[in-house]
Design a protein. Structure first.
Length: 292
């Protein structure tokens, strides 16, 4: 792509808060990610917190606490998160485990060779440079399954709610369709231009000893459904997502899954990462530079 061709794109991104780049990755690259995730799922040990039988109220609270630790400490690991209702009270799967998983996160980009290579691929680095990112670092990654029939809806939100920076405007999501994403199987929907009004709420780490591990400050306004536009995209397509743009996806009630790999980048130059974010860099995994 020549520079002249890119600038209308960038103008569009700044205007809308998102940008669709079809055929950014090849079918082969998508298939390599899909087969790698199959291997990871095949070797998956089900997390003990999912196995705990629910009984007393108190145990249920401890159970929630256990799973919250599992979530809170997943920033520098490869961990498994399941759809609701896929386990019986003894913690046995009601459906095959590979059909029950909702997402895998949050450090595939650091610890898995296939996802690391995709995240730092030359075309991603080149796109970062075209976007003017000077010191981009990768903060998290997720593989999202959006299982047929049960892939849950994702309510309207802004990524900066979960990944807060001072100043705002320093978080950028890269969302890669590993299969065609359609209105039927739960593609993303956006409110164009909704990235210019700051954020409505923040998810922060709760004080230690609190009954939940995170809490929300502020509340999500009631968005007008009519303002959302769907962004169906073909396998291999990339959607760039501004940290403050409002987006959602619907329940997948179709027969086909909607796999996606997504990672978030922060422009680290002149930016403070909030100490209250659930996700924190660790000595084992400081946020790696996007540029290699």
């Amino acid at each position: 792509d020549s520079g002249e061709e890119q600038s209308p794109h960038l103008f569009q991104f700044h205007k809308d808060g998102f940008l669709v780049l079809e055929q950014f990755f090849s079918a082969e690259e998508c298939d390599s990610m899909r087969s790698q995730i199959q291997r990871i799922v095949a070797g998956m040990e089900v997390p003990p917190h999912c196995r705990t039988a629910f009984s007393t109220r108190e145990e249920e609270q401890l159970q929630a606490q256990g799973s919250s630790d599992y979530f809170l400490t997943s920033g520098d690991k490869i961990r498994f998160f399941f759809e609701k209702g896929v386990l019986d009270e003894k913690g046995n799967f009601l459906i095959p485990k590979e059909k029950s998983i909702s997402k895998i996160g949050h450090a595939l980009h650091a610890y898995d060779p296939v996802f690391k290579q995709i995240t730092h691929s030359p075309k991603v680095q080149e796109l970062g440079r075209k976007l003017g990112l000077e010191k981009p670092v990768v903060v998290q990654s997720m593989y999202i399954f959006k299982q047929p029939g049960i892939g849950g809806e994702v309510t309207p939100h802004q990524d900066a709610t979960f990944l807060h920076t001072e100043p705002l405007g320093r978080i950028l999501g890269f969302w890669i369709a590993l299969e065609d994403a359609t209105q039927e199987n739960g593609c993303l929907w956006f409110i164009p231009g909704s990235h210019t009004n700051g954020i409505a709420r923040r998810m922060v780490r709760a004080a230690s000893g609190a009954s939940t591990c995170v809490e929300f400050v502020g509340s999500e306004p009631a968005y007008d459904d009519k303002q959302f536009i769907p962004l169906p995209i073909n396998k291999g397509g990339l959607i760039l997502i501004h940290g403050e743009v409002v987006h959602k996806s619907e329940l997948n009630s179709s027969e086909s899954s909607r796999h996606a790999f997504t990672f978030h980048v922060m422009e680290a130059k002149g930016t403070t990462w909030s100490k209250e974010n659930w996700l924190q860099p660790t000595p084992e995994l400081p946020f790696p530079s996007l540029y290699t």
